[in-house]
Design a protein around this ligand. Structure first.
Ligand SMILES: C[S@@+](CC[C@H](N)C(=O)[O-])C[C@H]1O[C@@H](n2cnc3c(N)ncnc32)[C@H](O)[C@@H]1O
Length: 292
């Protein structure tokens, strides 16, 4: 599966084009990003992220004071906000200028915030062993060579530092076991689906996107995204990179992501029966090839 997905990527696409496409798409949606992502900006998901980051920060062994975090693909500051709340000096890094502008505005009142423009390929402007935690939430599926970016995150971490990767699909999102299909069918009220379709039919963008999807069935308004059964991020490959860089896995958790639109009782009934998303925490061992 991995080989076919990689062959598909590199034979069909040019990385720089993919990155430019993503930069434009994210610049366009930056201002409304939090409004359109109810799977991130809801109380249940925010509490889960807060706790997961707390666990990640507790696992840091590179130091205990003046901890420095890197939020890779920071967007509007979802992780940045939690990292700063946890007291970490946070460098919010992104390819999108509009997202970085938002971060500057939002965190202007704290001395714990800094922004950094990324090139979309690697972390070229960042020194080796300079961070205590490097985090990426819902980012890797946008990145042309995501395994290289993971390796780069390893490089910039101090020994004892933590890599935190969250909100990427797990295998059952693609294999769709019966409980997950059952959940998806029951989770969203029919009235909400109907309202959503009516709104879609009334928007001009729906018709533009409809035509774009006819031309390219993998078109998504938020850029080039690798979330297809034959082209998606693969957790086992990420773990392989991490162990080659001498990282130890602290936690790998599959969970069922919560949306505002879900019926709460249905979500509660299924949240331990099925999953669609993964979070991983790993620590850089003292003697690591990524240090050299
Ligand atoms: C789905 S958003 C996630 C944003 C944020 N991490 C969050 O938790 O809401 C994806 C982010 O990845 C960024 N991105 C896209 N391509 C990238 C690349 N090649 N390298 C780094 N970041 C990228 C986008 O600009 C955007 O901020």
């Amino acid at each position: 599966m991995f080989v076919s997905a990689q062959v598909f990527r590199f034979s069909n696409m040019n990385s720089n084009k993919e990155i430019d496409y993503n930069i434009n798409a994210h610049n366009r949606i930056a201002a409304k990003y939090e409004r359109i992502h109810d799977e991130i900006f809801n109380d249940i998901e925010q509490a889960r992220v807060h706790n997961a980051l707390e666990e990640a920060i507790r696992a840091i062994e590179s130091g205990k004071e003046d901890l420095k975090a890197l939020d890779v693909g920071c967007g509007s500051g979802n992780l940045t906000r939690h990292l700063i709340d946890h007291g970490l000096y946070t460098v919010s890094a992104d390819v999108s200028e509009n997202f970085l502008k938002l971060i500057k505005q939002k965190f202007a009142s704290t001395s714990l915030s800094k922004t950094l423009k990324l090139n979309g390929l690697d972390l070229a402007d960042i020194d080796d062993c300079s961070f205590d935690i490097a985090a990426a939430y819902s980012v890797l599926h946008h990145v042309p060579d995501y395994l290289h970016l993971v390796k780069e995150m390893c490089r910039v971490l101090k020994p004892g530092g933590i890599i935190y990767i969250d909100h990427e699909a797990c295998q059952s999102r693609y294999s769709k076991p019966p409980e997950y299909v059952e959940f998806l069918n029951a989770a969203t009220p029919k009235s909400y689906i109907l309202w959503k379709y009516v709104r879609l039919l009334l928007s001009f963008r729906f018709y533009v996107n409809f035509i774009k999807k006819r031309i390219n069935p993998r078109f998504i308004g938020e850029g080039d995204i690798h979330v297809w059964p034959d082209d998606h991020i693969e957790w086992d490959k990420i773990q392989h990179v991490l162990s080659a860089q001498n990282f130890e896995i602290i936690t790998r958790k599959d969970y069922l992501v919560c949306r505002n639109s879900y019926i709460e009782s249905v979500y509660e009934a299924y949240k331990h029966k099925c999953c669609d998303t993964t979070m991983l925490i790993a620590r850089k061992k003292a003697e690591s090839p990524a240090n050299t």
